[in-house]
Every structure is written in C-alpha cells, then in structure tokens.
Design a protein. Structure first.
Length: 426
C-alpha cells in the first residue's frame, strides 16, 4: 500500500479538503510547497512546509503536507510525527488518517495502523479504496475473516477495483478456498489481462482444485510474462512429470539447464523426465550428475534407487545391483530398493543370493504377490522343493487372478512339487 496525496489523487488529481486558511503571508509558501508536491519534488516542498508549520502550528492541513513530504523522502519517523499531529488537530481529516494508517502499515505496525484505517473507512464509507487498505492491514494482523469482509465490501462498491479482487483472491488462496480464489483471479485478468501475479494465483488455485490441465495452462501464461522465473518453471516441469507428460517437462527442464544449470534438484528432475521419455542413457547421465552433488542422505538414496531402476531397464543387472546396495546403505529401510536388489539378483540367476533378499522384501506391508513367484522360482532352482511349494502357494493365494500367466505356471509347478513331496495340490 502506498501513501496517497489527497483522496484518490491518481484518479482525480484532487487535493486535500482545506482546513482554516493560513495567514496571508504564508499563502505563497504553502502554494510553493503544493506545487512541488504535485511534481513529487518532496525535497523542495520540505523547507516551506517546515516554515508554515512553525508559523501556523494549529493547521492540520500544513502538518499533513509536511508529513506527506517526509513520507515521499522515506523519512518515516518524521512523517509519522507530522501525520499524528494532523489527526490530533483534526480527527475527521480523512487523508491524514488514511496516510498515517498506510505509513504505519509500511512500518509493520499493524495494530497501530488499524485504528487510522478504520477511521478512514468510517469517514468515507462509500469509497472502495479505504476498504481495501483496511482489509490488507487486517489480513496482516491475522484477522482474515474481517479482512475478507472489507475486501468484499470494496468489490461491492467498485466491482472493477482490481486491487480488491487481487487481494481477496490471495487471501482466499492462503485460506485454501481455491474455487473462490479462482473466481477472483479471473476477475483480475478480465480487468488486466497482462497481470502476471494473477496468472500465478489462478494457476495455484487450479492446482489446489486438482485441475492440472488448467493449472499448467496458467503457469505457462505466467511464464510468458515472467520468463526468468526459474522457480515457477521448475515447479511447472515437476507438475508435468507428476501427470506423466514427459515432453513438456523436458522442454522446461532443458531450458533451465541451458540458462540456469545450478537450479537445485534440476539434474534429478532431468533424470526423471528422461526416464519417463524412455531416454535411459540420458536419464542415467543426469542421475550420475545429481549424485555427484548429493553424495549422502535420503535424497542420495532415492537417486541411487532411481538410477538402479534405469540400469535394470537397460539390462545392466550387475550395475543395478551396486546402485540398489548403495541406496540400502544410505537407507536400510528402503523397501523399494530392497525389492529392486532382489530383482537385479534374480535377473543375474543368482538364486542363492536372491532368495534371502526376497524373504526380507516379502515381510514389508503390502508386498506384491509377484515377489512370492520370484521367491518360489529361486527355491525351485535351488532344489528346495518344500520352500518352493510354499512360496508358489503364497503367490497363488495373493495373486488371485491378477497375474494369469504366472499363476498358470505356479499351478503346474505346485502340482508337480506336491506330487514329489507326497502333498497333493488342487
């Protein structure tokens, strides 16, 4: 919020309502100061206003002008003192109350700002702008419900007041009222189609509503207006990845790589995007780069596991085994890494090494039925018929029609093993 010279001067150019007329010999000084203020030449206005307030200390208008000059020069302490003198002399002085409230808000004295902004609203209840200023201050003071009331009142008074619609949208977004926020940001964009912040707000609202396609479109609109915003570009790329859209994700990530290769997490995201696009060599290369910057911790464990999964797809089971083991060293409770290690050992036909790893993996909650099939196969190759049969039966019980080909194989092997063990199997 910025201080205003007179009531809505940016729109009408009007000056403050005049108080008692100063002595004739001060008129020239006051006019000189007013002319300077009109030109925003605050330094030139300062000296004559200091003279006027000394000569006419009971002039609320002179103190207001002096406060405004100090305000323009960013001398907040002096501006506050002058504004306070003005409202002390004339509590009904709208511009002084409003500007003092705005100044205190800028100084982050929210409780101090509120009474003056409330007084400004009381003095001009039909003016939409003071309601906006009060609403913003109430929100900053943590009074969100009251803030919403003021902003809605402002929009009732002036449906085309962009500032009111935008601030209300932001408040609703913070309160996770996504549908209402989307409506207000849409109003802002009707009034000002090129406002980047409103595109961002609308994108965030749609994301909160789970409308990914709409969110992506408005993030794209925002980036056309603010192409240098790397954090939003990275966020959008991750959003595309979550939706399985590898091509637009890669486009944004590669653009970031060319211009801002130091974005945290960029190499890992590129690894994910290349993997989804089936570009496994590029994916592995990106994961290796990410690991060079993240040698330890949970993030490193995830990277080792992701790299290992790519190596499995490339048929590099031995290299995958090493990466899965690295992930487990960093996070021994990583169930996915444990399952991956079991798979990599299985692919190498290392049945004796794979079996105990799979035995650990099947102890995890919601272990997939397929693990029992792999376990049964390992024991089958190891000629441990009893354990093989038990694992086949566990698989058939859990799979229950979801893996028809493997179930057929399991039934045939279970019948044969049951016959060999003297344990008939249906």
């Amino acid at each position: 919020m910025a201080a205003r010279y007179g009531e809505a001067s940016a729109q009408s150019g009007s000056k403050v309502e005049h108080q008692a007329e100063p002595p004739a010999n001060l008129k020239a000084l006051r006019q000189q100061a007013e002319d300077a203020l009109e030109k925003k030449d605050y330094q030139t206005a300062l000296s004559p206003l200091q003279t006027v307030t000394r000569a006419a200390p009971d002039s609320a208008e002179a103190w207001f002008y002096l406060g405004y000059a100090y305000h323009g020069l960013h001398q907040e302490v002096d501006a506050r003192a002058a504004y306070e003198k003005a409202v002390q002399l004339n509590p009904e002085f709208y511009q002084a109350q409003a500007n003092l409230g705005l100044l205190l808000f800028a100084m982050k004295d929210f409780p101090g700002a509120l009474p003056h902004l409330q007084k400004a609203v009381a003095l001009k209840p039909g003016n939409a702008r003071p309601h906006v200023d009060l609403g913003v201050a109430l929100e900053a003071d943590g009074q969100t419900s009251a803030a919403e009331t003021e902003l809605r009142q402002a929009l009732q008074l002036d449906p085309k007041l962009e500032a009111a619609a935008y601030r209300l949208g932001k408040l609703e977004l913070d309160e996770k009222q996504y549908s209402a926020a989307a409506g207000d940001f849409e109003k802002v964009l009707v009034l000002n189609p090129g406002r980047a912040e409103a595109e961002m707000g609308l994108a965030s609202a749609y994301q909160g509503l789970g409308q990914s396609a709409d969110a992506e479109q408005h993030f794209e609109n925002y980036l056309k207006l603010r192409p240098a915003d790397t954090s939003v570009r990275f966020h959008l790329a991750r959003l595309y990845l979550q939706g399985g859209k590898s091509d637009p994700a890669l486009a944004h990530l590669q653009q970031l790589e060319q211009a801002h290769a130091d974005v945290p997490g960029l190499d890992a995201a590129l690894g994910d995007a290349y993997a989804r696009a089936g570009k496994f060599n590029d994916s592995a290369s990106s994961y290796h780069k990410a690991l060079a910057d993240t040698p330890s911790g949970p993030a490193a464990a995830n990277l080792h596991r992701a790299l290992a999964a790519i190596l499995v797809k490339e048929g590099k089971a031995t290299e995958a085994e090493n990466e899965f083991r690295a992930a487990l060293r960093l996070d021994p409770n990583d169930v996915d890494a444990l399952k991956g290690l079991a798979e990599s050992l299985y692919l190498q036909a290392r049945w004796a090494d794979a079996a105990p790893v799979i035995e650990r993996a099947v102890q995890s909650p919601a272990a997939p039925a397929g693990l029992y099939f792999f376990l049964a196969t390992c024991y089958d190759h190891l000629r441990d018929r009893k354990r093989a049969l038990d694992a086949y039966e566990q698989f058939l019980q859990r799979s229950n029609g979801s893996n028809p080909d493997q179930e057929w194989q399991a039934r045939q092997r279970a019948k044969l093993l049951g016959h060999e063990l003297g344990k008939p199997v249906k």
